[in-house]
Design a protein around this ligand. Sequence first.
Ligand SMILES: NC(=O)c1ccc[n+]([C@@H]2O[C@H](COP(=O)([O-])OP(=O)(O)OC[C@H]3O[C@@H](n4cnc5c(N)ncnc54)[C@H](OP(=O)(O)O)[C@@H]3O)[C@@H](O)[C@H]2O)c1
Length: 255
Amino acid sequence: MNKLSGKTAIVVGASSGMGRAIAVGFAQEGADIIGLARRVDALEDMASEVRSYGRQAHVRHFDVFDRDAYPDLMRWLDESQLDFDIVVHMVGGGIFALATTDERLQRLFKDHGGKPPFWTITDDDVDRVLTLGVKSAMSTCRYLAPRLMAKGRGSLIVIGSGAGKAGEPQRYADYAAEKGAVMCYVPAIAHELKPYGVAANCLLPGMTYTPRNPSPAAAKPEDCVPAAVFLAQQDANGVTGQWFDARAYQVSQVS
Ligand SMILES: NC(=O)c1ccc[n+]([C@@H]2O[C@H](COP(=O)([O-])OP(=O)(O)OC[C@H]3O[C@@H](n4cnc5c(N)ncnc54)[C@H](OP(=O)(O)O)[C@@H]3O)[C@@H](O)[C@H]2O)c1
């Protein structure tokens, strides 16, 4: 259980669901954790579990909708002298995720039997989906990758989804657009990162039971951890520029 010993992972969206499971799973493999999200109490709970495995945990309130979220994060990392080897980006989820804190979207879901048609969402909803799921993933990569590049190694992992694969029938069009964008972006940056020794991959977890997705048929958040650990061990000489299917534990076709 020491596949990640000596490493530090920064997990953006570490307070619940798969991000929390990955943070704890990485700690069980010997990694120290830097966890970011809006709910600091939930982050502290995750940090306690990380520390119970003898690893260090640092947490910080972080909201991808704050204009200066990323510059402030970089300043905090410098001031706290925190370095990292692995970056995991989990934030996203389309209007489904936004609806957890938005009464108008909750009504929209209710009025349309849980599946609002694509033409019913507003300009503002589109902007927020892109900020939550696409701009945040791009910012995580743009701001944090140079730290890995300077070391000449490291691994970037961005959450994807089967929903991002073109041509598959989808429940939520905005979510398909969000994940499709990210799943094109990551293989593209992997090419640019290769000379710097850094891997970049998308993790496709399959339908997973979380507070936002309480389907009894879904996998457990912990089920994606072995695949995340595998991707965390990669650098530019290993698996990079891929979509990695956590359930099948294999590379999925990048089309
Ligand atoms: N569950 C599934 O079936 C499934 C399948 C494929 C892909 N995914 C993707 O997996 C990712 C994680 O989802 P999950 O299912 O594990 O759900 P989750 O438990 O809701 O996790 C989302 C994480 O993102 C954080 N977050 C949300 N809004 C944020 C913001 N504005 N700024 C910073 N952090 C924010 C949340 O923390 P705070 O609320 O504390 O900010 C939480 O830590 C999402 O991108 C989702 O689309 C999920």
